[in-house]
Design a protein around this ligand. Structure first.
Ligand SMILES: [Zn+2]
Length: 250
């Protein structure tokens, strides 16, 4: 699910900051040591998915003074044996020779944060957007599509000139890709509503209809996405569920 791997971003300078912890790969730790022998200083974690957070243990073991900060998601965070400094929307964090603003961007995960460098209009965007594909909204694991769409619109309104995501290449045309994402979700929603109107009442049936021909290994994530759409429609009074059977709400 991580494409070609994970990016983390290291900002050296007066206040060294590492954005995302990676997974504890020895090569990653060596790269950090090569940039700064006394370690990353302060690690900001975008969200508590394993590919972003699991490296904190290895970082803490190698550099004892390291600070770790994220927006709390207690049932996930407690699995990692480091002490966390909580971050909240709007916090300003010294980073490198400048500063970052914390932007809460829930949806893909409830604790998801992006980090805004106002001077360069650059957003370290975590898993908010990935070039060439869409972002999974894991409905049974804290994902929320309404929140996600709100986060996308909020980032669009910031007017970033560049997104630095945790997967895939840097995005130099944020408005184009975010607008495309919003349109894609609208189209998907119409498909889900049409499936409901056609009498398909289960997540599996709807996923099979919408994602016909999808590789079997990807079906679980397609179902998560369908459920995320159904939750949004339910929240808006457009769909309802009785005994696990979904219908259009009239
Ligand atoms: Zn993620």
């Amino acid at each position: 699910m991580t494409g070609a791997g994970n990016w983390t971003y290291f900002l050296p300078g007066a206040h060294p900051v590492l954005i995302d912890a990676g997974v504890g790969e020895p090569a990653h730790l060596e790269a950090i040591a090569g940039a700064r022998h006394d370690g990353p200083g302060h690690v900001l974690v975008s969200h508590a998915h394993g590919d972003h957070i699991s490296g904190v243990t290895a970082l803490a073991a190698r550099w004892r003074g390291t600070r770790f900060s994220k927006r709390p998601w207690p049932e996930r965070d407690r699995n990692l044996a480091v002490s966390w400094t909580p971050l909240a929307d709007g916090d300003i964090i010294p980073a490198g020779d400048s500063q970052l603003e914390v932007i809460h961007t829930p949806g893909h995960a409830p604790d998801h944060l992006a980090f805004w460098h106002a001077e360069s209009r650059t957003l370290f965007s975590g898993d908010l957007v990935v070039t060439g594909t869409t972002v999974v909204i894991p409905a049974t694991m804290g994902g929320n599509l309404s929140d996600y769409l709100h986060s996308l619109r909020r980032v669009l309104a910031l007017g970033p000139s560049r997104l630095l995501p945790a997967h895939g290449r840097a995005i130099d045309d944020p408005a184009t890709i975010i607008t495309r994402y919003l349109r894609h979700r609208r189209e998907r929603e119409i498909q889900v509503l049409s499936a409901l109107e056609a009498g398909l009442g289960s997540v599996d049936q709807i996923a099979d209809a919408i994602y016909a021909g999808l590789a079997v290994t990807l079906l679980p994530m397609a179902r998560e996405s369908v459920l995320a759409h159904l939750h949004k429609l339910q929240h808006e009074g457009l769909a309802r569920v009785v005994d696990d059977v979904w219908t259009v709400a009239m």
